[in-house]
Design a protein around this ligand. Structure first.
Ligand code: PMP
Length: 430
């Protein structure tokens, strides 16, 4: 039919114009034409509930963000080598949400650039280059940062300056124990990696982690989980880089930042994705002394980073988060949704675990609850069946068997009910 042939044409054009192996979601890809709030529409006018996209943080095409972009774009847009209040007002407002030591920033266009800068800051401050990351992470796409990511090993392998430690997994904890032992096991791995780097010519400069471990499958971590690892890093003179690209801007419902939820104060924080609701904005927040050292060493300039339109968009996002009470909404609706998942887990044995915080959560699918054998194909089937029924979600985690549910922040109980009843239908039909 027409829809199929339109899709076939688009797929052929993509391959011809963009190259092969550019991955798409779903067996039957979705051709989107419009978005509003938590809803997306395809070319046939079909509506989908968006339970996946965190970039449109305050909702797809939020009128206040759209208006802020349009107003500034029709007034002035330039780089940051001229004076302009936009970037100052924004960085002032943004840093007011952090610990007083994290008091200055650099604006970029992507999270990858932000992490690239963070690594270089750690190099300047410590005079060393060794970096520790988790073994199931993703921190971006630049040459330096992709050295840390483990989905696709870099050509030529990892540099000698990189060490990977096991990502914490609350469902299958290292050594089998939770609580303090879980935290100690993670810290011991970090200490081992520090020692290994200290014996190498690279030395140890930084531990980079997402304090919520989002790409690792967002384990439920006990309070103080990171304390021992952070202490080990600081004792060795290294920096903690908190990658807040995923948990930042209140998504976890309890705090504005994932590291605040984890109860730690990092040395450098990196930001991206939801920062300007889809307009490309990222950033690095650190102490002004760290920034000064970095700027002196590298004379960093980013042509688009911090331009007045980006700052207007990012400021509008902060306004909406506050005015619409979106962090509290994430907390309340997230809790409500997870209790719905728990009810589904009582009915469907394939749900092995329910976890997350605020509007960042999912269920882990297993073939056997006793052995916890991961069910990545099962998760893929569920995701595709949900898509057929008009609900978009993703999958993630160490075994790629956890659903990744991370909707725009105005997600409501009614939206959760629709997602949960659709999931119940899908699981009943398997
Ligand atoms: N850090 C994390 C934790 C991410 O998940 C991502 C993107 N998925 C990035 C960094 C990179 O951000 P960007 O794609 O904007 O470069």
């Amino acid at each position: 039919d027409d829809e199929m042939s339109d899709k076939a044409t688009l797929l052929a054009r993509r391959e011809r114009l963009l190259g092969r192996n550019m991955s798409l979601f779903y067996q039957d890809p979705v051709h989107l034409v419009r978005g509003e709030g938590v809803w997306l529409w395809d070319a046939d006018g079909r509506r989908y509930l968006d339970c996946y996209n965190n970039v449109p943080h305050v909702g797809h095409c939020h009128p206040r963000v759209v208006e802020a972009i349009a107003r500034q774009a029709s007034t002035l847009n330039t780089h940051t080598r001229y004076l302009h209040e936009g970037i100052l007002d924004y960085v002032e407002r943004l840093t007011s949400t952090f610990d007083h030591r994290l008091n200055a920033g650099i604006l970029t266009c992507t999270g990858s650039e932000a992490n690239d800068i963070a690594l270089r800051m750690a190099q300047v401050v410590t005079g060393r280059t060794g970096v520790i990351a988790t073994n199931h992470t993703y921190h971006g796409n630049t040459a330096a940062v992709s050295q840390l990511s483990t989905r696709m090993p870099p050509v030529g392998g990892y540099g000698g300056h990189v060490r990977h430690v096991p990502a914490p997994d609350s469902y299958r904890p290292l050594g089998g124990a939770l609580g303090e032992a879980f935290s100690a096991a993670f810290a011991a791995e970090v200490e081992k990696a520090i020692a290994s780097l200290e014996e190498s010519p690279h030395g140890f400069s930084a531990l980079i982690i997402d304090p919520f471990f989002a790409n690792e499958g967002f384990p439920d971590l006990p309070a103080g989980f990171l304390d021992a690892a952070v202490a080990a890093v600081h004792k060795a003179g290294g920096l903690i880089i908190a990658d807040e690209v995923q948990p930042g801007f209140g998504r976890t419902g309890t705090h504005m930042w994932g590291h605040q939820r984890a109860g730690i104060v990092p040395d450098v924080v990196t930001l991206g994705k939801p920062m300007a609701n889809g307009h490309p904005v990222g950033g690095v927040i650190a102490n002004v002394d760290t920034l000064n050292a970095f700027r002196k060493a590298f004379r960093y300039f980013n042509t688009f980073g911090g331009n007045p339109v980006s700052c207007a968009a990012a400021m509008a996002v902060l306004d909406v988060i506050e005015d619409e009470g979106l962090i509290e909404n994430a907390r309340a609706v997230g809790e409500y949704t997870r209790s719905g998942f728990a009810r589904l887990a009582a009915k469907h044995a394939v749900i092995g675990d329910v976890r997350g915080s605020g509007l960042f959560m999912g269920t882990e699918f297993v073939l056997d609850r006793a052995t916890k054998e991961p069910g990545p194909e099962l998760a893929a089937t569920v995701i595709n069946e949900m898509r057929k029924r008009g609900v978009l979600m993703g999958k993630i985690g160490i075994y790629q068997c956890a659903t990744k549910i991370r909707p725009p922040m105005p997600f409501s109980r009614e939206h959760a009910d629709l997602m949960l009843s659709t999931l119940d239908d899908v699981l009943s039909s398997l």
